[in-house]
Ligand binder design. Structure first.
Ligand code: ADP
Length: 288
């Protein structure tokens, strides 16, 4: 099934990304509310068609840990990507002062299962694992988005937005980007989720990019506070942040780590957590 623009009713704007806006839309033929991401690109029709073709494999594979893909189309040189609407938004706006360990465990399990699915089923490494790219709904489900399915789209984005840096990675060049790099980013994301802030100084007027890079490459990896998180949890993050990529565990090994074993069958009320986090986020928005 192909979605086209005339079948969509535009609702509100959900956010602004690096490449364009994300809008809430209603798809009339199916009665489904969707999130539509606009990606502005200067491309010819051949390349745009190649992108649509490459995105098509998403129709064939679905996972509960991956934001559903409904379809894409282009108008002029913009790609419009329609996906599952996640009504609590991205994790970066939900973690507040940091999430409790049991919630962190459930989020981590969802992230690993999603990343493992991408790798095993679609042969994709995510390359941009961070709380902004993890979406939550008020049913308490946690899903990954913004992964590079389309090689042509990734290439075009890289070309049109050379100035826009992704977060600095431990392994610098993109050719050496491997699944181990995603595992490193998973560890950093857990630190951010657990503490409520990104674990390294963010480059600004005082701290340059090189200072941040030096802190990441030469510094001791940051840790979660031991008064709020168990030894198993601290060890799990430490293993993801091993300086030697070869020594980081695989997804299968991570799923068997004592930290996740402990919470695997635990009944954590993710729905209440998501609802509460979402409403405190709204209150925050009202104040400012
Ligand atoms: P970026 O380009 O910085 O990765 P995005 O363009 O992916 O950001 O998204 C911008 C914002 O739009 C996100 O912070 C999120 O709040 C919102 N958003 C993106 N996708 C969805 C979705 N499927 N459902 C609900 N909100 C979304």
């Amino acid at each position: 099934y192909k979605i086209n623009k005339d079948e969509l009713v535009l609702l509100e704007e959900l956010g602004k990304g690096q490449y364009g806006t994300v809008q809430k839309v209603f798809h009339k033929p199916t009665n489904v509310t969707m999130a539509m991401k606009e990606i502005r690109l200067e491309l010819d029709e051949t390349k745009l068609n190649q992108i649509l073709m490459e995105l098509d494999i998403l129709h064939k594979s679905q996972s509960t840990y991956i934001v559903d893909f409904y379809g894409a189309f282009f108008i002029e040189s913009c790609v419009y990507y329609c996906m599952e609407y996640m009504d609590a938004g991205s994790l970066d706006k939900l973690y507040g002062e940091g999430v409790p360990e049991n919630v962190l465990a459930k989020i981590t399990i969802a992230m690993i299962k999603g990343l493992k699915f991408l790798k095993d089923e679609l042969n994709i490494i995510h390359r941009d694992v961070k709380p902004t790219n993890i979406l939550v709904n008020r049913a308490g489900e946690v899903k990954i988005c913004d992964f590079g399915v389309s090689g042509q789209l990734q290439q075009s984005l890289a070309k049109t937005h050379i100035g826009c840096q992704k977060r600095i990675q431990h392994e610098k060049s993109s050719s050496s980007y491997t699944v181990q790099s995603d595992i490193w980013s998973l560890g950093l994301s857990m630190l951010e989720l657990g503490t409520g802030k990104y674990p390294y100084p963010i480059p600004d007027k005082k701290i340059g990019m090189f200072a941040q890079l030096a802190a990441i490459v030469n510094g001791v990896p940051p840790v979660l506070p031991a008064d709020r998180f168990s030894a198993e949890c601290l060890d799990f993050v430490a293993q993801c942040l091993n300086k030697n990529p070869q020594n980081r565990p695989t997804y299968a090994q991570l799923l068997e780590h004592p930290f996740l074993e402990k919470y695997k069958d635990a009944d954590v009320d993710m729905k209440s957590w998501a609802e509460q986090a979402y409403s405190s986020r709204k209150d925050l928005l009202k104040q400012t």
